[in-house]
Design a protein around this ligand. Sequence first.
Ligand SMILES: *Cc1c(COP(=O)(O)O)cnc(C)c1O
Length: 229
Amino acid sequence: MGIAENLRKVRERIEKACERSSRDPNSVTLIAVTKTHPPEVIVEAVEAGVKHIGENRVQEAREKHEKLKNLDVTWHLIGYLQRNKVKYAVRIFQWIHSVDRIALVDELEKRLEREDKKLPVLLEVNVAGEESKHGVSPEQLEELFMYTLKAKHLRPVGLMTVAPYVDDPEEVRWVFRKLRELKDALNEKVNDEVLKHLSMGMSNDFEVAIEEGATMVRIGTAIFGERKY
Ligand SMILES: *Cc1c(COP(=O)(O)O)cnc(C)c1O
């Protein structure tokens, strides 16, 4: 099956999930996750209408970005960000979904100031408390949020999570609901709609995530097929 056809099906499923939850399909941004796939695949996806791509490794994204600089597409970093990769990340990505610790906020702030740039960021939360996952714990989220709010070059605009992988996505509905509740609680705390986005939902669970309020879904396999590695 080709990328264009897979995309069409994914978009249809997004629309159906929006219908079920009385949401405007335009309120959900599709991020096509192109990790492990070569630049040609990104070009093909963009030709099929993709406007947003997600990559999880800075080094890999750098190599692709070098070849695709002029492509009209928005780059999202969705994977763990090491401090020593921040200087490259701020040059490639327009959005960073994986801010999960204060030391990283400091490094981002330093590099962004140097580049004279501002970036919208999402705070990654390890809602289910999985050992293997990155992300701030729900308990430490408020501290990280308040800290990020003070950074001059970063704008915390939402929360992100990766739900545990399960066969039946209904089992992780609570994870998505919890992320939404965390967002609402933080907005209430500062008495302002600072956090607008919920980046949640992948190939296996995006419909449930949309029903729980996702504004950005990150989809790889359902568009590009199984990853090679
Ligand atoms: C790989 C990845 C995705 C996409 O996963 P699929 O199951 O292939 O849709 C989404 N989010 C993150 C953080 C990822 O690393």
